[in-house]
Design a protein around this ligand. Sequence first.
Ligand SMILES: [Zn+2]
Length: 288
Amino acid sequence: MHILHYNIKFEDSEFGTVYVRFDTRCRQFRSEFDNDRLLIRAPQKYEVDFFVQLVNSNREQLRDLRERTNKFESQAKAKRKNIDFNFSVDADHFSFKIVADNTTISLKRTLDNNTLPNKVSYVLHLPESIDCDEPSKQRWLQTVFEKALEEAAVRILLNIISELSQKSGLQFESFKSGHALSRWGSCNRLSRIPKTFGPKRGFAVVDLGEPTQEETYKHNIIISAYVMLMPDHLIKSVILHELTHTRYMDHSPAFHQTVDTLDRAILGKSEAECEKELNSFQLPFHKL
Ligand SMILES: [Zn+2]
């Protein structure tokens, strides 16, 4: 799964839509398959014809790569399970489990309110007789689970984004929780802010220098509710990526440099380390 940002796409008769991303951190071309979509990373800009040619001359190797990736993915899928009485999640800001209860069907929520609400725990009460593997029941269980994730995201994420906004000095206007699995976050420009309301930098722990032109706009940040399944530092790395888009709307070297600076200062890890962890993140259940 990827934060899929692409610069070019084109159709290939064998591989379907091919996505190309210009990524100046790459020293060479890299290809990967993500949900059977071919994604190429290129160290610099080229025209689309160049990539058509590249795919043509590497067709054999790409075929191999697709086969290996599919095999790996189906093995990973087989290890994932349905949501049932044995299923439980205990992440940094979210937990969920199911208990047998023959008197009621209900979802109970508790909030850990120590200072800020920082963990939401859900217990689903279900009669033992329910067959969780039956497809319609499983679909219902997944819907309940996703509703819990969304509710937790609304309660938790705004606090985390606000905290990171303060630490980075990067301002945002509004936040929404989304439910995309293909991208963990996005950032949209809303409208221009009058000059006097520009970013405040006084309390930031990271000095990013003078505000950019982009920062004189209001931005809306959208974060997928699925990030609630991640450890705290990965949630924060997704948010820092999107907050940095309030400064640079692209994935230029300056953008990645800033994300890396923030990740290291606030999370103690490099951007590359966080991205590697994000890419290997797997859902704990087999989504229908
Ligand atoms: Zn981005």
